[in-house]
Ligand binder design. Sequence first.
Ligand SMILES: [Zn+2]
Length: 437
Amino acid sequence: MAILDDGLSPEAMLAFYQRLYPFKSIFHWLNHEPAPSRLFVNREFAFTLQGDVYLRYNSFANADELKKQVCTLNPTRFEIGPMYSARPRDKKTVRPAAFKPLQRELVFDIDMTDYDSVRRCCSEANICSRCWVFIAAAVKVLDCSIRDQFGYKHLLWVYSGRRGIHLWVSDQEAMELTDEERRAIANYLTVVGGGKETKKKVNVRQGSKPLPPGIGEFINLLQGVFPPLILQDQDSFAGEAGAEELLALLPANAQTEPLRKKWTANPDKSSEEKWDDIRNQVKILGKATASGKLLLAAMEDIVLQYTWPRIDAEVSKHRNHLLKAPFCVHPKTGRVCVPVDPTRIDEFDPATVPTVGQLLKEVDEAMVINNEDGAEGAQHLPGKSLFSQHRSPRKAVSSHELGEGMFSLHDLQPSESRSMSAYAFTDRLPAFFPSRR
Ligand SMILES: [Zn+2]
């Protein structure tokens, strides 16, 4: 079967679900144990069909049933919701009081569009490797915060297929969080606030008091991200508009008038030079003086305003929020929503994530090679590679290892070996299974 388009046709989607989508792995990840439990059986799946028909409250007894229904409906994507107190498919027949969301992964959504006010390379749906650096910084902070401050261990980062990233936290304690507790966590992690009209969007302390500990511990990391990203690459404070943007974030009572004069007289100054001017102004005022301290605090707040993770808090606050399943296909880009290794987030390049069309083509080619070799045909993928550009040798992965379709998650690797870990999902999969209490 040769499907050489971008993978967005219904035929390609069906082939993807039939041959590639890792239903068994998704089952194990959601269910936490081998035999189907309420975590899977009472779990809501929502399907978006061709023509934007939306089907909610589906549920399934096991991975095979899920696969069968997905292949029957052939949705453009599907989403995962909470585990309810009853099976979602029975919703109409149970009393409303007996149908409540009980457990759900703690989820986060970071979307590039929330960075439109601070990125200059792209806007709206567009994304490039330069603005992905904002996402990379967000992943580092959020991953560390969730592990260290909240003590969660079972984190799964998933590229959203276009311009963002999702985080799923599967620890049992996280699964059991109430909406109120989720709201508290989302609020705790929201540092950049206010609408378009709000210039100063970080207000987490009074005057020049130290940053709250949960934020302060990341200031060093972000002060490392800020110069190359904001001052150099994005050059956010260039020109008169940039100067005004920066001046609006400086405290009025910190004697910053000399800066305005300097920048007005010399409009070609780069962002870096302007930042150095502020630093010098702190020296002139004296670090220990009230004005000097205010200005230093303002500099930290500016770093936070430009680099702190911008989470879509609404996604995190409610147990019954639906989020696109890992390994679905983004309907606009055709790219697969692959897991991402947070420790190698700097190496991840969204442009190298395979599309459905690419994957199907490579599977077809692998089958041809296999058949020519007289090997085990469709049951085994060639050991060398599913991907023609694959660099590192690895052993063949039989279809029964994950018990599905044509290939295992081992094979969801990008063409460049340097970012291979981005999709090396099965290697780390056990780490995502929270231990049962
Ligand atoms: Zn960009």
